[in-house]
Design a protein around this ligand. Structure first.
Ligand code: ADP
Ligand code: MG
Length: 254
């Protein structure tokens, strides 16, 4: 891809593949992940769908080792990361949640600049320039010196995306990033996410937005009770679900 092909929200990405193999995790006697396999090719987007409590958020948290799996392996670019420093892994994976968790007492630009400054030892000027660059990608340069509380939910979520991108991650996770937003703000965030996907970011997106799953993701993974029940290309999965459980789920959400 040459520079002129890039959409505004497509930063320079150095994306890698992500593979989780036979991932297991129990909280006490509650087996939350029961042998999950997930693979995302470099530059591809996988959406994870499934009922509440099926283990989607836990899967993301295991993949970036906020929880250590009881069993299984996690690899980036084909190389296991389980022996690496978990903090080093988390710097390679950007995460955006339902709740933006911005620091209310800091400006938007300072929120975005914080992690690069602290974790990459950037100077104040360097990290400010980087923050402005990332804010431009999400269309929020004008709000750089505002406080998060003066922004709409959609704008705050854009800041959270810019903050994650400022660390130049190789993979991005989104966990119901639009679920807390007013309906009219959802589209804008989905558009930023779609731009990122088109720009070649490796992405795992947990979402209830079936339109996004259909139109943007390369693969959809349907989870229920801690296991992947069905996986495939969106067209196949949505139009010809094989299992009664997916048929049931789709009849409830579509
Ligand atoms: P989903 O994101 O699909 O709604 P979660 O991954 O949040 O599902 O939760 C899956 C299951 O794991 C639920 O039964 C939930 O109660 C349990 N769970 C999640 N996080 C924890 C935790 N930190 N401690 C104990 N149980 C948890
Ligand atoms: Mg969840």
């Amino acid at each position: 891809m040459n520079a002129t092909d890039k959409t505004p929200a497509a930063p320079d990405v150095d994306s890698v593949s992500l593979t989780g193999t036979d991932l297991h995790l129990a909280f006490g006697r509650n087996k939350v992940l029961r042998g999950v396999d997930i693979h995302v090719d470099a530059g591809h987007a996988v959406t994870v769908i499934g009922p509440s409590g099926s283990g989607k958020s836990t899967l993301l948290r295991v993949l970036n080792r906020l929880h250590e799996p009881d069993q299984g392996d996690i690899a980036l670019d084909g190389r296991s990361v389980l022996k690496d420093d978990p903090d080093a892994l988390r710097q390679r994976i950007g995460m955006v949640f339902q709740h933006f968790n911005l620091f209310p007492h800091m400006t938007v630009a300072d929120n975005v600049a914080l992690a690069p400054r602290k974790l990459k030892n950037m100077s104040k000027e360097q990290s400010r320039a980087l923050a402005l660059e990332q804010l431009e990608l999400v269309g929020l340069t004008a709000k750089a010196d505002s406080r998060p509380g003066n922004l709409s939910g959609g704008q705050q979520q854009r800041v959270a995306i810019a903050r994650a991108l400022a660390m130049k991650p190789q993979v991005m996770f989104f966990d119901e990033a639009t679920s807390a937003l007013d309906p009219e703000l959802v589209k804008g965030i989905l558009a930023v996410m779609a731009d990122l996907a088109r720009g070649g970011m490796t992405m795992v997106v947990v979402t209830h937005e079936m339109g996004f799953a259909k139109q943007v993701s390369d693969t959809v993974l349907f989870m229920d009770h801690g296991a992947v029940v069905e996986t495939g290309e969106p067209a196949t999965l949505f139009e010809a679900p094989e299992t009664a459980r997916l048929q049931q789920f789709l009849s409830e959400v579509l």
